[in-house]
Design a binder for this molecule. Structure first.
Ligand code: C2E
Ligand code: MG
Ligand code: MG
Ligand code: MG
Length: 286
């Protein structure tokens, strides 16, 4: 009977596995076409100042709609792009497009643009020149760009390789490009990375924001400690995933200067950012 049960499991499981592999192959082939086919679009999510409500920055978030099918979420296609190396040309396109869009936003409103970077991109030999060259081509001042990295991109990296990546980040900072640590607090070594990495901004992960309103005392204590540590290191903080007014109030009271989340705006098109910037609906009446 046990043997039969095992056999049944295999017959149920194998088609699902094969389906997942076929799906992956299909997505990989599709992604190869995506850049040239103009199937990629950037959306932008405002980062606002909690005290005054003004938009201070926008985060570029990639969207992919293959022709004739529903949009594929980034959590599905970014890992595939990373494993296949397609993230290198895709990431180059993202940076170009973000700089092209952000140029007028920076010129008129002084806001910066933040771009998510994969470990694979950071490891490219010419990454620094590519970034600085792109900024120059689109006339975006170096200080207007923030690159978001995650601690996970440094996992399984030798100490020598880590030193090299630190040198790359340091070189970019010397040109005024700021570095943000994304999803802060979700990894196992967040604090030690904060000690060793050249970082200007911490983005506190959404899971903290969510737990805050569950009256979770441990989360409150942690969040407060992170905010205080960041302040004393002169590292700026952005809290992610603010959906409730109550969360915004709590975080502002805890000393968090900047926030991002559906309460203010979901990621929207570049055109909608133009409109938001001209209206700036969250700015308190002067
Ligand atoms: P992330 O960089 O941490 O981006 C924040 C994610 O949280 C976005 O998901 C955003 O839409 C979502 N979000 C924002 N506010 C809220 C909120 O109030 N509540 C909830 N529940 N979610 C919120 P998205 O756009 O699906 O992106 C997922 C991840 O994909 C990003 O996480 C980032 O790691 C990656 N990604 C997106 N675009 C790029 C890109 O151009 N390059 C690279 N390398 N990765 C990207
Ligand atoms: Mg991000
Ligand atoms: Mg994040
Ligand atoms: Mg995230």
């Amino acid at each position: 009977a046990a043997k039969n049960a095992g056999k049944d499991q295999v017959t149920v499981f194998a088609p699902a596995l094969r389906h997942a592999q076929l799906e992956r192959t299909r997505l990989t082939a599709g992604l190869r076409q995506a850049v040239e086919g103009g199937e990629l679009v950037l959306n932008y999510q405002p980062v606002v100042n909690l005290a005054g409500g003004e938009i201070r920055a926008v985060e570029a978030l990639l969207r992919w709609s293959p022709p004739g099918s529903r949009p594929v979420p980034p959590d599905v296609f970014i890992p595939i792009a990373e494993e296949t190396g397609l993230i290198v040309p895709i990431g180059r396109w993202v940076l170009e497009q973000a700089c092209a869009d952000a140029h007028r936003w920076h010129e008129q409103y002084g806001i910066s643009v933040t771009v998510n970077i994969s470990g694979r991109q950071l490891r490219e030999e010419d990454f620094t020149e590519m970034v600085l060259g792109t900024l120059a081509r689109y006339g975006l001042p170096e200080g207007a760009l923030v690159l978001e990295i995650t601690e996970s991109m440094l996992l399984a990296t030798t100490p020598a390789e880590t030193q090299r990546l630190i040198a790359v980040l340091t070189a970019l900072r010397e040109h005024g490009v700021r570095i943000a640590m994304d999803d802060f607090g979700t990894g196992y070594s967040s604090l030690s990375y904060l000690r060793t990495l050249p970082v200007d901004i911490l983005k506190i992960d959404r899971s903290f924001t969510t737990a805050l309103t569950d009256d979770d005392q441990r989360t409150r204590a942690f969040t407060k400690a992170i905010l205080e540590l960041a302040a004393s290191l002169r590292v700026d903080t952005v809290v992610e995933g603010v959906e409730l007014h109550e969360q915004a109030v709590l975080l502002q009271r805890m000393g968090c200067p900047l926030a991002q989340g559906y309460l203010f705006s979901p990621p929207v098109s570049a055109l909608q950012i133009d409109n938001l910037l001209s209206l700036n609906p969250w700015r308190h009446a002067a």
